[in-house]
Write a protein of this length. Sequence first.
Length: 301
Amino acid sequence: MKIGFVGLGDMGLPMAQCLLAAGHDVVAWNRSPTPLATLAARGAIAAASPAEVMEKAAIIGICVSSHDVVETIAFGADGLFSAPTIKARAVADFSTGAADASRTFAERAAKLGVAWVDAPVSGGVEAAQKGELIVFAGGTAEGINALGPLLDAVSARVTHMGASGSGQITKICNQMIVAANVIAIAETTAFARKAGVDVAALAPALAGGFADSAPLRIFGPRMATQTFTPRLGAIELMRKDVGLAHSLAAELGADVPLTDAARVVYDRAGEHLSVSPEADLSALVCLYEDAIAHSDEGEPK
């Protein structure tokens, strides 16, 4: 099957590579040329625009940074739906964004005869490379079934969470847990170092206990050694996701004090001089390491 893919970032490029490895013909587009050239070197067709992807592919995946970018790629000038011939019958939006935006996209796509499924993912770059992502799907069963060859190639599990927007709400729940967890790991790593513990041994020591988690196994060792490359998750993207959770909670009237506290930390990280917003999530440890250093020097935290 000829499958389209738009957005070849940290997650999108390995997902598209999994499609090639599964034997599919892939037609792809990306805003910056280097990842597209990398994929083309492995046999993909490099499209000149998202519209060209729509003209050539039977089903399409999108993986970009926000629902605003999705809207431009799908419905803007030279976007998917600007194509004179709409060939694709279904689109999977793997991006993380607002649920109400996904519902709007689904309504607009349906008017043009295309099933739109919000399908945000969890598992990180390693799972994307292995084709073992966890997908939270919102939309119709028919749309999800139509996307089967694409979803099978990139995921270990797909859960249909309900109507359009349900996948995004589930991903927000996921990010609420992960955002707080990564902060706790950063705080604990700096605390343990200050207390004289060998922090390189911390994550292995906690493995298998109640404190264990995938984020601890992935980010704990990186924080211990302050290894922030290759990037496995951007601070700015988590900041965006926590903001989505905050907005939805305000709309629902839900009490989310831990998420609100996490939002303050991510905002602080985005403004921190030694931490780039584009940095890996492991760099959050710098907030706490620097605070300890300043405390030792008698400076305010």
